[in-house]
Write a protein that binds this ligand. Structure first.
Ligand code: ADP
Ligand code: MG
Length: 474
């Protein structure tokens, strides 16, 4: 008789003969056969990423293998096991890949907020109701164990630890984690939530992106249950909102969040926020909200140093069950320095390249992959470099450009430097100002506006902008 195990074992034999052993170990060994119903094989995979990877890279192979075993009507259903830190039900979320869709209605793979929205509609949600089941929406794969420590994240990481040991009970309330793209804000925010749930299972924790929060709020206004929305958030013990810079310019959402925040804070509840900017650099966020953000601790995640990059790479490879020589790790860590997501991306494409082309992972292959990565990522030019180029263009010294003089051509050069610094770097207005002749952020803002205006109205000036732009974009 056919069983899920026997069918899967035969599939595995077929797969093993057709791909590299390393790829096999990484992507196929962790799969568990769960059940077989007629010609439908259900297999369990460890994460959504895993499922997507299989779908993207091995779907043909899997289909072949499965057809061999179960005939032309073979179907494969992935079950993504989401470990739920809550310990309540809903262990499985299923998704049927598009190729196999015909007979079976498909469901979404996502950490569902569906529970949340039914709760929101529910009129009986009033503050103080305990035992209300709220899915925390946490990703257990983002925890402290695999959030490696380094100089660049030590403060934020330990503040996160402190908060999770005593949610609402430290002066880090709110805890605002800020830093550039791919430096671990989301990871750390989840880790705090996961840790709180481990230590205080009775606490209600909720992770939500600012974007989703905004959508929910807009929905609640449409459906006329704004108060239910507010009440719902007011019963949370630990509220984690990711990417609050998304609130900028959205006054309605800011207003509602302000009320929720005040309520939580007054009641000793913990608020954790992440943002891609420091509070001083956030734009179009109401002053009263900004001042709340600064009440607790703002901790920055900076770019990881070389040692940290190496340990992150090693840790990632270890978890993926892939071995790569130290020489290659060193090479990647030295060449990809901007952010951690790119480090991980390089590793993933390295593994992919090697399994597609059935090649060993060699230094040469690593060089190719890194080359592509580095080329494809826009290099950030520095403010110093911009000042140097602009000064050369106008044949003056950098110190003249930075000087206090009001001579028109010097002022213009300075304004252009500020304009390009705003355009091509991620530096804040304040930081641009302080680097270009110790000016304040208002001066930089004014410079940007002037350059914008003049390039419309003044032909000669437009030529300056075009010439200089070319120098920065090659
Ligand atoms: P952000 O939210 O700041 O854009 P993420 O939290 O999404 O960044 O992190 C990007 C990737 O880098 C994630 O896969 C995350 O697990 C990984 N990462 C970030 N910081 C660390 C760290 N200190 N140790 C290990 N992995 C990390
Ligand atoms: Mg993020």
């Amino acid at each position: 008789m056919l069983t899920a195990e026997s069918v899967w074992n035969n599939c595995l034999k077929f797969v093993k003969d057709n791909i590299q052993i390393q790829a096999y170990k990484t992507w196929f060994e962790p799969i568990k056969p769960i059940k077989l119903e007629d010609n439908i094989l259900n297999v369990q995979v460890p994460s959504k990423f895993f499922y997507e990877w299989l779908e993207e890279h091995y779907v043909k192979l899997l289909k072949l293998a499965l057809t061999k075993e179960l005939g032309n009507n073979a179907r494969l259903v992935y079950i993504i096991k989401m470990e739920n830190t809550f310990g309540n039900l809903k262990p499985f979320i299923e998704k049927i890949p598009s190729q196999y869709k015909s007979n079976i209605p498909s469901q979404k793979v996502d950490i569902p907020l569906s529970n949340l929205s039914t709760e929101l509609k529910n009129p009986f949600i009033i503050p103080g109701i305990k035992n209300l089941k709220i899915e925390s929406q946490l990703n257990p794969n983002y925890n402290f164990d695999n959030f490696l420590e380094g100089d660049a994240n030590r403060l934020a990481r330990s503040a996160g630890m402190a908060v999770s040991n005593k949610p609402g009970g430290t002066s880090f309330n709110p805890l605002l984690i800020f830093g550039g793209v791919g430096l671990g804000k989301t990871h750390l925010a989840h880790a705090i939530g996961v840790n709180v749930k481990e230590k205080f299972p009775e606490k209600t924790v909720l992770y939500i992106s600012a974007e989703k929060f905004t959508q929910q709020y807009i929905d609640s206004v449409k459906k006329n249950n704004r108060n239910d929305f507010i009440h719902f958030y007011q019963i949370i013990d630990v509220l984690i909102i990711d990417d609050v810079q998304f609130f900028s310019g959205k006054t309605g959402t800011q207003d509602v969040f302000f009320h929720i925040f005040n309520h939580l804070h007054q009641n000793g509840k913990q608020v954790i926020l992440t943002s891609d900017k420091a509070p001083v650099d956030m734009q179009d966020i109401e002053q009263r909200l900004l001042s709340r953000f600064k009440w607790g601790l703002s901790a920055e995640l900076q770019r990881p140093d070389y040692e940290t990059r190496v340990s992150i790479l090693k840790n990632k490879l270890f978890r993926d069950g892939v071995e790569i020589s130290d020489e290659i790790i060193d090479f990647i860590a030295k060449n990809i320095t901007i952010n951690i997501r790119e480090l991980e991306g390089a590793i993933i494409s390295l593994i992919a390249q090697s399994s597609f082309n059935k090649k060993e992972i060699t230094l040469e292959l690593a060089k190719n992959v890194v080359d592509k990565f580095v080329k494809n990522t826009k290099r950030e030019v520095s403010i110093d470099y911009i000042q140097k180029i602009v000064s050369e263009y106008f044949q003056m010294d950098v110190s003249t450009l930075q000087s206090k003089t009001r001579k028109r051509h010097i002022v213009q050069a300075r304004q252009l430097a500020m304009f390009f610094a705003k355009k091509y770097t991620k530096a804040s207005l304040a930081s641009i100002g302080s680097q270009i002749g110790h000016r304040d952020h208002a001066t930089v803002l004014h410079a940007c506006k002037t350059v914008d205006n003049l390039s419309f109205t003044d032909k000669q000036f437009r030529k300056y902008v075009e010439d200089l732009s070319k120098k920065f974009t090659i």
